[in-house]
Write a protein that binds this ligand. Structure first.
Ligand SMILES: [Ca+2]
Ligand SMILES: [Ca+2]
Length: 93
């Protein structure tokens, strides 16, 4: 038992159960930490339209086009998530 050292009254078991329940209810708690596609977009999005265009993109156009999976000329959170092979987490901010 992973949390068996946490206490004599079973607190560790309760905490472990909560962690499992939370990770089932909110898979975004784990996936959001993995890629942060929303954070990536908001960091680069200087005109605030919610996506990154080529002028806002600091790297090469070749990389831009690789990440732009739907080919609309903008990098959205979904483009980044798809590019990184992760599910787009629920938006929390
Ligand atoms: Ca933008
Ligand atoms: Ca796109």
């Amino acid at each position: 038992m992973l949390f068996s050292k946490c206490g004599k009254s079973g607190t560790g078991t309760i905490v472990a159960t909560l962690v499992v329940v939370l990770s089932i209810l909110h898979p975004s708690l784990t996936t959001a930490e993995k890629g942060k596609p929303y954070a990536t977009v908001s960091k680069l999005d200087s005109n605030g339209d919610g996506k990154v265009d080529l002028e806002e993109w600091p790297k090469s156009e070749i990389i831009f086009n690789k990440i732009d999976k739907d080919g609309d000329g903008f990098l959205s959170p979904l483009d980044f998530a798809t590019h990184r092979g992760i599910l787009l987490p629920f938006r929390t901010a």
